[in-house]
Ligand binder design. Sequence first.
Ligand code: F6P
Length: 358
Amino acid sequence: MSKKIAILTSGGDCAGLNAVMRAAVMRADLLGWEVIGIENGTAGLLEDPVEVRTLTPDDFDGFILRRGGTILGTTNSRDPFAYEMPDGSVKDRSDEVIAGFKALGVEAFIGIGGDGSFAILNRLAKQGGLNFIGVPKTIDNDLMMTDFCVGFDTAVSVATEALDRLQPTAASHDRVMILEVMGRDAGHIALSAGIAGGADVILIPEILYTIEGIAKKIKAVKETGRNFALMVVSEAMSAPDGEKREVVYHGGETRYGGIAEYLCPRIAEATGFETRATVLGHVQRGGQPTYNDRLLAQALGVGAVDLVNDGAFGQMVAWHNRAVVGVPIEDAIKDVRTVRPHGTLVHTARSLGISFGD
Ligand code: F6P
């Protein structure tokens, strides 16, 4: 095996992915490793010819560090174990992907991904006897064993800025503004942005709410003489009766969405406030990474190559107690890290008078 590492981005994109790659390539160059970038996640290995390219420090000018998205491309819908073929059939193409990795002649591969991607990449690694290192990225911040994932800080900053922009228009029109944010089954984005952005109500999947609970808080706000209120709602919130709010996309894929629109007339009716809904969507994933995400991304990118150099495979490079550490990949994905309903941030929010609608 020559000193070669493959690197790929997998799953939904977020800000900071290019910064991870830049740091990994620069560290690899220092340690004498060649880096091969695979395009569009593992899907690049299924193309003929394979979609790969050598990455060197020269490929990363000063601009790419600041750029959102991923220069390699990514996908969150082409699982090699259940690959949807053009004719609609589903095929296990894992052996083809493994053969693709082997043909590259790499010692190891670095996958920048979230829990879903890591489960797939780890399974591929085991099946094919490949050496794998994971770098945690997801705006949802829901991986175990790391304090933060790349992309989360930027998403929270975008959501906080949205609240900053909603507040003056809410105050001008005597309105309740409902901001729906991403995060899948974890309420981290809603909780952090809600506290930072001065929300009155935060709804997260980890805490049950009622319309009456929300209305009670908003009426209390009104009684203080304030003419507006701000709410942040996690996309995964169900209606109070448990009915999921989902959007069905072309091809039948479903994603969370629609809870803000659902709540809008109900909050208006329960409070007498005119109410409007804003769905922030993919804006949270794009744009320039914040400085925190750039720092994290680059520390983890360097750390991932260090693990490869040490031969410490099967690990995720994590940020823990202000340091980069390696943790077993299986520990990182054995569960989804959701908000602790009695944790520090919920306590902080409640102490600030923020309601969770409960
Ligand atoms: O996991 C990241 C995420 O942005 C979630 O917060 C969101 O539910 C989902 O991906 C959206 O997926 P897509 O980009 O396929 O619409």
